[in-house]
Design a protein around this ligand. Structure first.
Ligand SMILES: [Zn+2]
Length: 451
């Protein structure tokens, strides 16, 4: 008899939960009512794609086993919420209802466990980004081109989320290093020569009767402005491919007679400049205005100077749509949530946007970007087991030393469908093209995952 009473009680409790509590729980992440649930529910664990624990709650404490490594991607939940902790808050606090957990909650006031969350992150690639950017300011983002999965997102300087509340006052005041800023998504930088990807696409979309070639003498004068190639190097007669591989400034300036500022602006906006990026990770808009600028800024825009500013996330997306034959996949970091027993509760699926570029254009761009590594400005990272394509950039900025960029893609030979797309920036790393060193470290780690 006692057993039956107990059982009826439990059914009633279960019914109460399904009809009332669920409503309370399935609320928007920003809803304040979720916060009070935190005292009743143990926040779920966050894993990388291979089961490495990235965040866990033990003894009422949120812990981040890798300290500063995931400060900007996993984020934190102990000083407000940020990063994936904010993005998937609802899942992490979604009670894992089982007969056992309901029983324990009802009779022993045991808290419910939230769902566990698996991110798209590949821990070894994230570590390689940290290693590459050691003692450097900058950002690395690595995407899987065919899905948009974010494999790595690292920003330096960083901070340790384990002792965030005690360091908070200090961190928010640090304007020199801005450690709380995720440079991948919130950093806006002049693109320098990586921008040459855009006039190149514009060129390829125009069907010129004769290929446009230009004899580079190391500098070009237009009106009252003289623009030089890097170190004043004269590149001789160059066509688009050679100019792209060698990053010849004068060629791209000369191209202005064939590709109008208006058409370059139109293409850039089609490729998400001045637009909100389609991704679940909030990202600053890249800025570009060519039309209506003074003549110097118009010209400078063709080689990525001028007033253009881009986020690393945007540049990785641009590389990704080039290697993915013109189709852009939305970058995402939340893969799925699961119950404590391991059954999947909510799964994020890759979502694509209709083709941004025709395949015949992206195929040519892929070849040009591979040419940069084969025989252009990035031969330092060439290797036999992995095909790498990309574009180097040295971006002048008015206040300090040049920034160093490399954006591109990589894949094992004949396995293009497994390609990663990435963007690397090293602030003030212009000398010695430091972004290439960081890229090399990342590709080493990537090659190991492909063996
Ligand atoms: Zn040149």
């Amino acid at each position: 008899m006692a057993f039956i009473l107990f059982f009826v009680g439990m059914i009633a409790y279960l019914a109460y939960f399904t009809s009332f509590e669920r409503k309370k729980i399935s609320v928007h992440p920003s809803n304040r009512r979720l916060d009070h649930l935190e005292s009743e529910i143990v926040r779920g664990t966050i894993y990388d794609t291979n089961g490495v624990v990235l965040a866990i709650t033990e003894n009422d404490q949120r812990k981040y086993p890798f300290g500063s490594l995931y400060a900007h991607s996993v984020g934190y939940a102990n000083q407000g919420k940020n990063g994936a902790e904010a993005l998937v808050n609802t899942e992490l606090l979604y009670p894992d209802y089982t007969l056992k957990s309901i029983f324990e909650n009802a009779f022993f006031e045991e808290p419910f466990m939230g769902r566990d969350v698996v991110l798209t992150i590949e821990h070894t690639l994230q570590q390689s980004a940290e290693e590459g950017l050691k003692n450097k300011k900058g950002a690395v983002v690595i995407l899987e081109a065919s899905t948009g999965k974010i494999f790595a997102m690292y920003s330096n300087p960083t901070f340790n989320p384990n002792n965030l509340s005690s360091n908070w006052e200090y961190l928010i005041k640090d304007d020199v290093n801005s450690p709380l800023v995720n440079r991948v998504t919130q950093g806006l930088y002049p693109p320098g020569s990586i921008f040459k990807i855009l006039p190149s696409i514009a060129y390829l979309q125009n069907e010129f009767k004769e290929p446009f070639t230009h004899v580079c003498e190391g500098s070009i004068t237009k009106g009252e402005h003289t623009i030089r190639c890097f170190n004043g190097t004269a590149h001789g007669e160059v066509d688009l491919k050679a100019a792209f591989e060698k990053s010849c400034n004068t060629y791209f300036i000369a191209l202005e007679e064939y590709i109008s500022p208006q058409s370059l602006q139109n293409l850039a906006e089609k490729l998400l400049f001045n637009k909100t990026l389609p991704t679940e990770i909030e990202t600053s808009k890249s800025r570009l205005s060519i039309k209506g600028e003074d003549s110097f800024n118009v010209l400078a825009s063709y080689m990525g100077q001028g007033k253009t500013l881009v986020s690393p996330m945007h540049m990785a997306m641009l590389s990704s749509l080039i290697i993915n034959d013109g189709v852009l996949m939305e970058p995402y970091i939340f893969d799925y949530s699961m119950s404590k027993k391991g059954s999947i509760r909510l799964k994020n699926l890759p979502s694509y946007h209709s083709a941004y570029l025709q395949e015949e254009i992206t195929t040519q761009m892929q070849q040009m970007m591979i040419g940069v590594v084969e025989k252009g400005t990035a031969t330092a990272i060439k290797r036999s087991d992995i095909i790498i394509g990309g574009k180097t950039g040295t971006a002048q900025n008015e206040t300090s030393e040049d920034h160093s960029w490399f954006v591109g893609f990589a894949y094992p030979e004949n396995r293009k469908e497994e390609a990663i797309a990435f963007a690397v920036i090293v602030e003030n790393g212009g000398k010695g093209a430091q972004a290439l060193n960081v890229t090399r470290t990342i590709i080493d780690a990537y090659a190991k995952t492909k063996k």
